[in-house]
Design a protein around this ligand. Structure first.
Ligand SMILES: Nc1ncnc2c1ncn2[C@@H]1O[C@H](COP(=O)(O)OP(=O)(O)OP(=O)(O)O)[C@@H](O)[C@H]1O
Ligand SMILES: [Mg+2]
Length: 263
């Protein structure tokens, strides 16, 4: 299978006053279609900035990104994004209205009935169709995250970028959302880039790990998750190889906090 996402030698600088800050440096990796990549690393190592660049929201200082052979220079419908915050929804629209909105503005369907039918299919997938007429303020944080996921998936992008999407929900809801996401990922064949501070979450969900650090170049590890399990199920500590990955990733992340550390 040929590579689907190619990130080639990306570097991102920010200039503030007379200071130049390197958010991340010389990031190169590629993914096959349908992979689930977790991105971990200490706070401030450039994970969010990298996602924004890959999404086309931020032009890189240098380097290139291509998706399915096409260079990415601006945001587009190929790529959906889900953030950590609960305030991603339009407060004046119902849940259904929120999922329908990007479908309407991107002319995904020719009529409203079809748009509504499609949006409800995705709300149903995240278990929220019966709340379709609710407004965001009537939902819990976890429910709002599920709507944000449904909204991103309903556009049927080939790539979804998720920045700590479950960081602010309680532990039980988090596991439930992880299960839902893994099952949707498996059924849809979508490629996922998933930023998380949780090593458990990274191991449970992903087919491949990317660990970033504060020293440059930014990538400390890019490797396939070698644990074998049913592809639509979460990987748990009972799976062989779990504790080895846990120790390895936590060590790399801790070491990555040192801006002078090298491999
Ligand atoms: N728009 C900006 N202007 C200037 N500096 C920025 C900007 N966005 C991010 N940075 C800087 O780039 C670096 C990386 O930030 P980023 O938010 O990508 O880190 P992160 O790995 O996502 O951290 P966290 O885990 O805390 O979310 C930080 O030093 C941050 O201050
Ligand atoms: Mg971040």
């Amino acid at each position: 299978m040929t590579d689907f996402l190619c990130v080639n030698n990306l570097t991102q600088h920010f200039i503030s006053g007379d200071q130049k800050l390197e958010a991340y440096s010389k990031v190169s990796f590629s993914l096959k279609k349908g992979e689930f990549l977790s991105i971990t690393g200490p706070s401030g190592c450039g994970k969010t900035t990298l996602l924004r660049t890959i999404g086309g929201f931020l032009p890189p200082t240098s380097g290139t990104i291509s998706i399915a052979g096409k260079d990415i220079k601006e945001p587009g419908t190929h790529c959906g994004m889900v953030f950590q915050t609960f305030d991603q929804l339009l407060p004046w629209k119902t849940i259904l209205g929120n999922v329908m909105y990007p479908l309407i503005i991107n002319h995904k369907f020719t009529n409203r009935v079809e748009t509504q039918h499609h949006a409800r299919k995705y709300l149903d997938m995240v278990g929220l169709d019966k709340f379709k007429d609710y407004y965001p303020y009537q939902l819990s944080g976890g429910m709002k995250q599920r709507v944000a996921i449904a909204r991103a998936l309903a556009m049927e992008p080939s790539l979804i970028l998720m920045d700590e999407p479950f960081a602010s929900v309680d532990a039980d809801t988090r596991v439930m959302l992880q299960r839902e996401l893994k099952s949707i990922w498996y059924k849809s064949g979508i490629t996922v880039l998933f930023v998380t501070h949780s090593i458990i979450e990274a191991i449970s969900l992903s087919t491949r790990f990317l660990v970033m650090g504060k020293s440059k170049p930014s990538i400390r590890l890019f490797e396939e998750n070698s644990i074998h399990s049913e592809p639509d199920k979460l990987i748990t500590p009972e799976n062989t190889g779990y504790s080895e990955w846990w120790s390895r990733l936590s060590h790399l992340i801790r070491e990555g906090n040192d801006s002078s550390a090298h491999e």
